[in-house]
Design a protein around this ligand. Sequence first.
Ligand code: ADP
Ligand code: MG
Length: 263
Amino acid sequence: MTNDAPVVRVEGLEKSFAGLKVLKGVSLSARKGEVVAILGRSGSGKSTFLRCLNLLETPDQGRLSIDGRELTFPFGGNGPKPSRKTIENLRAVTGMVFQGFNLWSHKTAIENITEAPIHVLGRPKAECIEEARALLARVGLSDRADYYPMHLSGGQQQRVAIARALAMRPKVILFDEPTSALDPELVGEVLQVMRGLAEDGMTMLVVTHEIGFAREVANRVVFFEEGRVGLDASPREAFGNHPHEGFRRFLASQGNAMGTAAG
Ligand code: ADP
Ligand code: MG
């Protein structure tokens, strides 16, 4: 289900690192409930793009709006970097799931999920625990609530990470190659959880090498090419009979490189 309100709107986003221009004016939007698959070669700027969206990196130029929170760069107001409050405001609605899970190793699955709702949002502990149990059920891990990450498989850890993101009640979840660090036999269980989120109407931006997921689950396919959006199309168009030349070459190269962990 989608409606017309763009949850994410990005215009002309630019970012350089030490003189190397990594994002060269990226524009992209996602409406409520849309799943946007972002594909592209290693080094094309996909991670930098996602990191700019929740201000893990500060964009140099461009405009950014997430759930009505608008920012223009270069950032004025409080100096060169957005204030802590601005960043927290944006991150409150922007969940992020990384390739490497990034769970707290000294906390159990359920503690990983309740940590931020209790300590960042200041919500009542009992309520957060109850909600965390429901989230664990949603990702198929009801029986693992009290396990530490080291006693969970990679696929289970990533599902906890997804539950942790959901616990903040985000308006959009950004996934950066969520299955790339997993053994092949564990990829499916994570993709299945993501497919469930998509069916439930979550707005999602998903950087992935899983072509099947892009083809079957995404509403749109965005192809990054050297810091630019080379293609932004429906899966039907993107994978159709007359593919974009650069995208076609990318897909052909993926055929050979599938299964190798790309950055
Ligand atoms: P992708 O995720 O598509 O593989 P990245 O966004 O990670 O691409 O990287 C794009 C380019 O930006 C690469 O050349 C990378 O080396 C460079 N880069 C990314 N982050 C940094 C950083 N913090 N400092 C310097 N260069 C960076
Ligand atoms: Mg990357």
